[in-house]
Ligand binder design. Structure first.
Ligand code: PLP
Length: 406
């Protein structure tokens, strides 16, 4: 039995007020709140166990190293990866995708080679590929979404041609909530010998993920959306891809030997973890993932499916609200505009006065915004601690805003 009140009690910030009203936090797609277990782990790591990792031969360094390295195994369990050496710890999705762009794609691609992308990618999964377009003449091939916001996996596979070197797609749209059938895309692309990068930033927090089954080549997540600390994250890299990758950043830890006229690399994953890592951030991430696995990813997904259906129903009842994206099985992420209302920024300001936190803007998804013909939306994105009562509060605040804007 999913006890949402018990879960809420684990997140200290949820008991605060904003503008004199109880906080209704519906901005989880931007960043999620942290359970006390994570906050305590971060405090303990700094207050009692802090030291640099890997290099020390003293007690504190050994404790920090053990705790940091254990996170690799936790991430692997969380993502359904049987071999934890395929997990690179980093600062989040942006770093993960840039690592793939600089470390794997740049040395392997030349003018005319193609990267297939969906139109609903976050800028983090667009801009690094534009670098290749600008610098190396790589061609970006875009696959549009369907009118309901879904992405047809066959259209992605049909876009693959003899020059395609990579498919880079999101697992879950941060704007529309669309869940992409990445298993079919990975299977079809693999059959044609084309590697796939999946952006799991939004998906991994909402549903069980099993990368051994999915068969992708790269999968990236960001800790702050997973109820963990900011500047934490991880990338899965399929072992064969490691052999094809050159280092991304250079510095300590990623090398084996450095001499005046030659250097050699450490083995992966260390080869891709240059410099002092986010030690405490990673430790906090491990605790956040353990927390979610303790509740159960199936249970979280079921709770959010219930909330999503309720929200869809309630928001759908407001005939002056235009919700974007109706793909079957979509996640509890709702982007909307209001008929006759001012800019979504003004709408979100009104909601904030009622204690309701949502995001407004282009959500770092300009190509999608162009595709759906909008410049901005308000976005309510739900998480494991949200309730039906909070959706009611959102609807009341929207009704108030509608009355105000006339
Ligand atoms: N990809 C998606 C789908 C996202 O929603 C986000 C963040 O909003 C990112 C990538 C970038 O994540 P980060 O800024 O943590 O690197």
């Amino acid at each position: 039995m999913y006890d949402v009140e018990k879960i809420r009690a684990d997140f200290p910030i949820l008991s605060r007020e904003v503008n004199g009203k109880p906080l209704v936090y519906l901005d989880n797609g931007a960043s999620a709140q942290k359970p006390k277990a994570v906050i305590d782990a971060v405090t303990t790591a700094y207050a009692e166990e802090y030291s640099n990792v890997h290099r020390g031969l003293h007690t504190l360094s050994n404790i920090a190293t053990e705790k940091y390295e254990a996170v690799r195994g936790t991430v692997a369990r969380f993502l359904g990866v049987s071999d934890e050496s395929q997990i690179v710890l980093n600062s989040g999705t942006t770093e993960g995708i840039n690592m793939v762009a600089y470390g794997w794609a740049m040395p392997r691609m030349e003018a005319g080679d193609e990267i297939v992308l969906s139109v609903m990618e976050h800028h983090a999964n667009i801009v690094p590929w534009h670098f290749l377009r600008e610098r190396q003449g790589v061609v970006l091939k875009w696959v549009d979404t369907e009118p309901d916001g879904s992405l047809d996996p066959q259209k992605v596979l049909d876009a693959i041609g003899p020059k395609t070197k990579l498919v880079a797609v999101t697992h879950l749209s941060n704007v529309l909530g669309t869940v992409v059938d990445v298993n079919t895309i990975c299977k079809g692309a693999r059959a044609q010998g084309v590697p796939v990068l999946v952006d799991g930033s939004q998906a991994a927090v909402h549903m069980p993920v099993n990368l051994d089954e999915m068969g992708c080549d790269f999968y990236v997540v960001t800790g702050h959306k997973l109820y963990g600390p900011s500047a934490s994250g991880a990338a899965f890299v399929r072992k064969e891809r490691y052999d094809e990758m050159r280092p991304f950043m250079g510095g300590g830890d990623m090398i084996r030997e450095v001499h005046k006229d030659w250097i050699s690399w450490n083995d992966p994953p260390m080869k891709f973890e240059a410099g002092t890592p986010g030690i405490v951030q990673a430790i906090g991430l491990g605790v956040a993932l353990d927390y979610m696995m303790g509740v159960g990813m199936q249970a979280i997904a079921a709770h959010e499916a219930d909330l999503g259906a309720y929200a869809q129903d309630r928001l759908g009842g407001l005939n002056w609200l235009n919700v974007q994206g109706h793909a079957p099985g979509k996640a509890a992420i709702f982007s909307f505009t209001m008929d006759g209302a001012a800019h979504p920024h003004d709408l979100s300001t009104i909601l904030d006065k009622k204690g309701v936190a949502v995001r407004a803007g282009h959500h770092c998804a300009n190509p999608l915004m162009d595709h759906i013909g909008l410049t901005a939306t308000c976005r309510a994105s739900l998480g494991m601690y949200n309730t039906r009562a909070e959706i009611d509060t959102l609807v009341e605040a929207l009704e108030l805003a509608h009355d105000l804007f006339g």
